[in-house]
Design a protein around this ligand. Structure first.
Ligand code: NAP
Length: 307
């Protein structure tokens, strides 16, 4: 990250700093700014315990003289949301609104909110920042209500609409690449959707975009996605071709429609690809391709095996 003069007055609080995105963000941001991070159930070194349903964001901001609060906490897993929708609604919406109401009179606070591609109905895809949101399930709806609340109540705000985030680290069990690798390696069935169009963003590119946006004091709404716009089954084909260069599998590979694969979550939007021209232009960063990150994954794996 360049251009750090005048930046050291930023004092950043990351809610959800123990999460998949929050933790990487915490370690990346704290290299440059005074940073406080919170956890909820998964205690991590340096982080403070914070429950959005019980503790006071207002008091934490005051105690640590925070200038920027990054909201990347919440119940994100779709299965968890459908198992306990009330808990998800309380955590993702009601408690967050209550907390935001308590800090909205602080005119100097910058609110950075992690929203999602899920605010769109997925009928068209390639959504720009100007496209009309129309959520078709609770998680998307919660994101949109919070977005609108922040836009109406905080002069200084940054809303980041994220596509699906993935990683190429071997130990990131829940990530797209590692999940497929483990299924193939254990010869388990792989089901991929032919009608779910996405623009997944690698964690490294996500961090690059966010740190540049914060450094340049970006305001408003930005889509955060890659340039790869394909169906999940096309992404899988790229990965599978590379997998077959190194390994064998007896996995059954089934290409199906999304609503057949995710029976429990029938209402998941299908075409959720995001147009990323605005963020690329503002930050000057171009994300690398899915194919590139698959190559990194396999070269790291092979190098580790040789050790
Ligand atoms: N991952 C994606 O592909 C993606 C895509 C679009 C948008 N997003 C958004 O990006 C943000 C981060 O996602 P993620 O994938 O990093 O999620 P994650 O790994 O599930 O992390 C969620 C974080 O929220 C914390 N949390 C849960 N309940 C809480 C509560 N009651 N009070 C305070 N904190 C609580 C968790 O703490 P503990 O772990 O300590 O319990 C964890 O730090 C979310 O807002 C998500 O909606 C993610």
């Amino acid at each position: 990250m360049n251009n750090l003069s005048n930046q050291n007055n930023k004092r950043i609080l990351i809610l959800g700093a123990s999460g998949k995105i929050g933790n990487t963000l915490y370690h990346s941001i704290k290299k440059h700014y005074y940073t406080v991070g919170t956890y909820f159930n998964n205690q991590r070194k340096e982080l403070i315990k914070f429950d959005i349903n019980k503790n006071s964001l207002f008091k934490l901001i005051k105690k640590k003289s925070i200038s920027h609060v990054i909201l990347c906490q919440g119940i994100v897993n779709f299965d968890q949301i459908s198992k306990d929708p009330k808990k998800a609604e309380d955590t993702n919406l009601k408690s967050l609104i209550k907390q935001l109401k308590e800090i909205k009179d602080n005119n100097s606070i910058n609110v950075i909110f992690f929203s999602s591609e899920s605010i769109f109905d997925g009928n068209v895809g390639n959504y720009t920042e100007e496209s009309s949101p129309n959520p078709i399930f609770s998680y998307g709806n919660q994101k949109l209500v919070i977005e609108n609340f922040i836009k109406s109540n905080f002069q200084n705000h940054l809303i980041l609409r994220l596509s699906k985030v993935y990683d190429s680290e071997i130990n990131e069990q829940k990530s797209l690449i590692v999940n497929w690798f483990n299924l193939l390696k254990n010869s388990q069935k792989v089901e991929v959707a032919i009608d779910n169009f996405i623009t997944p963003i690698h964690k490294n590119d996500l961090m690059e975009f966010i740190t540049r946006l914060i450094t340049k004091d970006a305001q408003g709404t930005y889509n955060i996605s890659s340039d790869d716009n394909m169906s999940r089954s096309n992404f899988f084909e790229i990965f599978y071709e590379k997998y077959c260069l190194y390994f064998n599998t007896k996995s059954l590979i089934e290409k199906k429609q999304l609503n057949i694969i995710s029976k429990k979550n029938a209402n998941i939007p299908k075409k959720t690809s995001l147009d990323n021209r605005k963020v690329k232009q503002f930050t000057g960063h171009t994300p690398k391709s899915f194919s590139h990150y698959c190559d990194i994954f396999f070269s790291n794996l092979i190098a580790n095996d040789k050790k």
